[in-house]
Design a protein around this ligand. Structure first.
Ligand SMILES: Cc1ncc(COP(=O)(O)O)c(C=O)c1O
Length: 291
């Protein structure tokens, strides 16, 4: 990518366009689902079951991918006031063949509980359960494949973060020198690093190794613009400018905040001359609402 700011700072900036993987199953969604779908095929499961909010990119991507793979799928959706026609994401997921089950926010709180999973299996048969956001070790392994697709070892990689699965995947393999900057799109302090740590424990299973990996991560928690899905005019202006300068579209929930954080760090003189930086475009363009 070219920008006077990059030249002035003496850094080389690249963008990894995972948004171009597919129009429906793009970015980190494809990465996180890939090995989960493999696992479904390896077992004798009746269907895939997963969880998400009303506007979940993960629900949209799972519905599209399972339609393409002809896998029966159930989406447990937070909010019993919703239905199959409540918004574009739900309409599309329903059209893709996902059976949508709308539950109360209280019931949704149980989504990680083993007992609740048993209840769901009693109700829906032998389902393969993928957690909200594709946040499991299979998701982490899927994301880790990104590293081997880079033709050089960057000094820094910036990614948007929600569950932390993508950041964990970028840490899991590859060079011990690349620093991973995870830009949280949610409000909340210190939760993200713990989430990344837990995901790594499940993926690596060695405490010392996990501690070593965590040395390479910076969690950026002050670029959420008020919390999940929140934004202001400054962020939208930045996204528009980025699109004009680089001909690359970002969304206001995830990738816009990631690139904004990078831009801020660049202006504050965070990088050394000669360093290379990769911005990971994790997709999410179907979530654009500001136009
Ligand atoms: C476009 C986009 N970028 C980034 C993220 C955050 O990824 P993760 O939940 O793996 O931290 C998401 C959510 O999954 C997303 O939809």
């Amino acid at each position: 990518m070219y920008d006077n700011l990059f030249t002035d700072a003496g850094v080389d900036v690249y963008i990894k366009r995972d948004d171009l993987i597919d129009t429906e199953v793009s970015g980190n969604k494809w990465r996180k689902l890939k090995f989960n779908i493999d696992k479904f095929h390896q077992g004798k499961y009746d269907a895939i079951l997963t969880f998400g909010g009303a506007y979940s990119n993960h629900i949209a991507a799972t519905a599209a991918l399972t339609r393409l793979s002809d896998i029966p799928t159930i989406g447990i959706i937070r909010g019993d006031e919703l239905n199959e026609t409540s918004n574009h994401t739900l309409i599309k997921a329903h059209q893709d063949g996902m059976k949508l089950i709308f539950i109360s926010r209280e019931e949704y709180e149980q989504r990680y509980e083993r007992m609740y999973h048993e209840e769901l299996r009693n109700r829906f048969g032998n389902v393969f359960i993928i957690p909200e956001g594709g946040a499991n070790h299979l998701g982490v392994f899927g994301v880790s494949e990104i590293i081997s697709e880079l033709s050089f070892t960057p000094d820094h990689i910036y990614t948007a973060a929600g569950t932390g699965t993508t950041a964990a995947g970028l840490l899991l393999v590859g060079s011990t020198t690349s620093k991973i900057h995870a830009v949280s799109s949610l409000k909340g302090e210190n939760y993200l690093k713990n989430e990344i740590q837990n995901l790594l424990y499940y993926s690596v299973l060695d405490e010392a190794e996990v501690e070593m990996l965590l040395d390479r991560i910076e969690v950026i928690e002050d670029c959420h613009f008020g919390g999940y899905g929140k934004y202001n005019e400054e962020l939208i202006e930045f996204i528009r400018l980025f699109a004009t300068q680089h001909s690359i579209q970002l969304d206001q929930v995830y990738t816009g905040k990631m690139a904004y954080a990078f831009n801020r760090d660049l202006k504050s003189g965070k990088f050394k001359k000669g360093e290379t930086i990769v911005l990971l475009h994790t997709g999410g363009l179907q979530g654009i609402t500001y136009r």
